[in-house]
Design a binder for this molecule. Sequence first.
Ligand code: SAH
Ligand code: SF4
Length: 356
Amino acid sequence: MSSPVLQNLLSLTHDELAARFGALGQPAYRAKQVLHWRYRMRVDAWERMTDLPAPLRAALAEQFSLSSIALVRRLGSNDTTQKFLFKLGDGQLIESVLIPASTSLYGERSDRRTLCVSTQVGCAYGCKFCASGLDGFTRNLTAGEIVEQILQAEAISHERVDNVVFMGMGEPLANFENLMQSIQILNNQAWGVGIGARHITISTSGLVPRIRELADQPIQVRLAISLHGATDDVRGRIMPVNQRYNVAALMEACQYWHERKKQRLTFEYILIAGVNDGDAQAERLARLADPLKAKINLIPYNTVTGLDWERPAIDRQDAFHRILRRGDLDVTLRREKGHDIDAACGQLRRQTMQTA
Ligand code: SAH
Ligand code: SF4
């Protein structure tokens, strides 16, 4: 763990680090060397960077930290979904969830290991079904705190992460700058972590101006929209953000994304008993997805301690699914993995805070 006065190395791109090294009178190739140690060799101690002169290592150790998060709890085992609770430098807690290969995230089987990462401590958006929003918003994660979740998850599990989903705690698009910075570091093949842009998915509750801004960025990351209601009436009851950006405005932003990126997006739709699981919602949802050719990912609600919502009975889930499958929509019903370890975002943190 580092002292807060140190600059987190994992927050910097290669060019930013090279500029800082330049100010210290060091040649730019040193930046590449250090990042090679950190991201390729996964070395997190200066003394192990053996091709750097010892006095330089000592000088860098006084200015830069190589790690700023530490594991405090781990749930699950190597062949199942694993959940990590990390403590940040200021004592705040965040979660990441590792989903093993062959456990499908979107219905299809996958040979990729996925890490679900957090972007904020808490969340300001207060969706009524979600554990992350229950205690409100504390702060944004830095780019380095986001990037390190991947490095730590790999070090703990001894597995490579080759798919990243921004579906942990927080609203990624509300921490836009640090999100984009972390993606640059995660994506870069020459000096960074080297995860392909198509294996990075951002999930948002629907921040319309930010969706447009993201569509204008050159990078080809994937986008998932937390829809959870197909009309303003239903969505507005469970997602306060719908008062600011209603379904029509959200669909326009999705259309913009679709046109700019030439890419399909995903609608995430949690099924909550008696709230958004009726036939009429399924029909409206199909009509929203159709013009965008959006994939629909149905997720039976994961119960949250302290909240009264429940997942619908299996036959209701199936009936909802069947209505959507009538057309040629790409729709999956994801029977959530990790239900037994409270894998829905924000739950482990709450549990730990309440028992601490
Ligand atoms: N803030 C972003 C990303 C984090 S939430 C967003 O809302 O998209 C990631 C996903 O988990 C969202 O689709 C969210 O709606 C879903 N989620 C939250 N609580 C859940 C629960 N109890 N059961 C199932 N999914 C949940
Ligand atoms: Fe925040 Fe997403 Fe949870 Fe809503 S669903 S409270 S936006 S983390």
